[in-house]
Design a protein around this ligand. Structure first.
Ligand SMILES: Cc1cc2nc3c(=O)[nH]c(=O)nc-3n(C[C@H](O)[C@H](O)[C@H](O)COP(=O)(O)O)c2cc1C
Length: 179
């Protein structure tokens, strides 16, 4: 199983979590890390090249820091440019059908904030519905998201544990059968 991790962080050199995650994922043999802000700093995405690359992978991961309850802007731009009619959706847009899709998200707010009664009111699962709907329209199987939440209480040990857990998660080929 080949996994493509598409990551979007506007300031990866200052990142703690997403940098540690990508560094760890790069050690995995069947994982390719694709860093959008380093490839497309001017937001001019080579859609055709991106589409061709997607075809080579079984599992697609979007990895990003939660920004205003969604992804950083370049990842949205990537979706708008790459997931085109006739490629990703529409009667003949079946090229992504059957692939697996998942999110790996870091959030500043802690897990308990993301629930009814918490200060962010909504769960990550609710807030990421547009990604799930996108996966559905493209015929991809949406897998449970991988999360690291609460930057105030993050220790170096927790960060390394999370990076190892993410590497194990994205390379686990059994996720679909277990659901
Ligand atoms: C522009 C901006 C928007 C943010 N929006 C949110 C948000 O909506 N919810 C949240 O929990 N954290 C938010 N944060 C905090 C980031 O999610 C957090 O700093 C990041 O996930 C940490 O990962 P990193 O070390 O890779 O940067 C925001 C941060 C920035 C700079």
């Amino acid at each position: 199983m080949k996994t493509l991790v598409i990551t979007a962080h506007p300031n990866m050199s200052k990142s703690k979590v997403n940098k540690a995650w990508t560094n760890r994922l790069q050690q995995e043999e069947n994982v390719t890390v694709h860093d959008l802000y380093s490839l497309y700093p001017t937001f001019e995405i080579d859609a055709e090249k991106e589409q061709q690359q997607l075809l080579e992978y079984d599992r697609i991961v979007f990895q990003f820091p939660f920004y205003w309850y969604s992804s950083p802007a370049l990842l949205k731009q990537w979706q708008d440019s790459v997931l085109t009619y006739g490629f990703a959706y529409g009667s003949e847009g079946t090229r992504l059908h059957g692939k697996e899709f998942m999110l790996a998200i870091s959030s500043g707010g802690p897990a308990e904030a993301y629930q009814a009664g918490g200060y962010n009111h909504y769960s990550i699962s609710e807030l990421t519905k547009p990604f799930q709907a996108t996966a559905n329209l493209c015929g991809m199987h949406f897998l449970p998201s991988f999360l690291l939440q609460g930057m105030m209480t993050l220790t170096e040990e927790k960060l390394q544990e999370s990076a190892d857990a993410l590497a194990a998660y994205v390379t686990n080929s059994e996720l679909r059968r277990k659901r």
